[in-house]
Design a protein around this ligand. Structure first.
Ligand code: GLU
Length: 411
């Protein structure tokens, strides 16, 4: 299994061969500023106290406070959190928001917890990282298996400890306590804008066919948006099944089925295939929207799509990407394609700071502009250095971060 930290460092090393930033800055960027491991004790329903292991990694804050989500997942590792925090640094720089990069995670299978235990875990984790976070220090948000409700518990815990209201400390909150309209589906909305621009560059029309791996917050919302816009979503995979229909799935029905039954196994009017099948079916566009390392050296050769748009963080290993590029496949990287989530997180913070809220339409107009500006800038870098879209995005991001470090005299 690929180590995501090695992938993240490899990507940075690759851009260094093109950009040749100050080697001292490059060296510094390979390491996070701070990585902490915390014990997260939870009083379980049976009366015992169980200790979960959590992390918060702060990679870089040259451009602004550390920013990034918190993941609750059994597969969380120290290296994974470090890699994800690095990717956040590049992501916030690509969309040019005044934030740095951080990430958190707890090793836990939320499906094994009761509602009360989940709330206790969220509060206990916030207690553990309390000294490190703050609206001008480090700002968490949701990620895999965490949501607005969990952000609500964490905000409440933080504010109770602080003794005052501080909504800007966390984003992706419920609307009633300072959340932003449009934040819930922002990652998918941002990816939608990027996918449209990329499809245009490749001369793929609205009738293009799409494969989506992952039916969570990113993949689920994107599937519905693409379906509504007229794209042919031919396959969707959750963590157990791929459903496929070459003429296009009825996404609304699939979604309803998933919501009612909790899985796709018994979905009607489509073929049921193994989970990995989704990656190699015939279609124009592939959207990995699950976890890291989905496309690796062992399966990259089977990809038939012409365009890959990464909603997951780190779904393509560097080795796999080399193989895809050789086949002429365009890969639009995570640090651009999934930056809509953190972009609207930033909008949420701005609204909190102003003590004012924007309409959903205002948020989406701003998001569209941010994403399209970033897309054009990345595409420009790609052409300038005759390189991949990922390296175009890295060129832009690493240059911006290096500039901020230089301007602070940090070298
Ligand atoms: N977890 C999301 C990401 O990976 C959002 C982060 C945020 O809003 O801070 O980009």
């Amino acid at each position: 299994m690929n180590n995501p930290l090695e992938s993240a460092r490899q990507q940075l090393a690759n851009i260094q061969t093109i950009l040749k930033i100050d080697p001292n800055i490059f060296e510094r960027l390979l390491y996070p500023d701070r990585m902490i491991e915390v014990a997260v004790p939870v009083k379980m329903d049976d009366g015992t106290t169980k200790i979960f292991i959590g992390y918060r990694c702060q990679h870089n804050n040259a451009r602004g406070p550390y920013k990034g989500g918190i993941r609750f997942h059994p597969g969380v590792t120290r290296e994974e959190v470090m890699a994800l925090s690095m990717w956040m640094t590049w992501k916030t720089a690509v969309v040019d928001i005044p934030l740095g990069g951080g990430k958190g995670g707890v090793i836990v299978d939320v499906k094994q917890l009761s509602q009360r235990e989940l709330e206790a875990l969220s509060r206990s984790y916030m207690q553990a990282i309390f000294p490190l976070v703050g609206k001008n220090q480090d700002v968490p948000a949701p990620d895999v298996s965490t949501d607005a409700r969990i952000m609500g518990y964490m905000l409440d815990e933080y504010e109770s400890l602080l003794g005052e209201r501080a909504p800007g400390v966390i984003t992706g909150k419920p609307l009633s306590i300072g959340g932003s309209l449009g934040r819930g589906y922002a990652t998918a909305q941002g990816a939608f804008y990027i996918l449209e621009r990329a499809a245009e560059k490749l001369h793929l029309g609205k009738e293009a066919s799409v494969l989506i791996q992952g039916f969570g917050n990113g993949g689920g919302h994107l599937a519905r948006m693409l379906h509504k816009a007229g794209y042919k979503v031919v396959a969707i995979a959750d963590s157990k099944t791929t459903v496929y229909r070459s003429e296009g799935l009825d996404v609304v029905e699939v979604d309803e089925h998933k919501r009612m039954t909790g899985d796709l196994k018994t979905c009607e009017g489509c073929e049921k295939l193994p989970i990995d099948a989704v990656l190699s079916l015939p279609a124009d566009i592939l959207v990995p929207a699950a976890l890291e390392n989905a496309i690796h050296a062992g399966n990259a050769d089977t990809v038939q799509a012409k365009l890959i748009v990464e909603i997951a963080n780190g779904p393509t290993t560097p080795e796999a990407e080399e193989m895809l590029l050789k086949k002429g496949i365009t890969v639009v990287p995570d640090i651009l394609a999934n930056a809509g989530g953190v972009a609207v997180s930033y909008f949420e913070q701005v609204q909190n700071a102003m003590n004012y809220s924007w309409t959903e339409a205002e948020v989406n107009v701003k998001l569209k502009e941010k994403m399209e500006t970033a897309f054009e800038a990345v595409w420009g870098e790609k052409e300038r250095y005759t390189t991949s879209v990922r390296m175009g995005a890295y060129a832009l991001a690493v240059r911006r971060v290096a500039q901020a470090m230089q301007d602070r005299g940090r070298m």
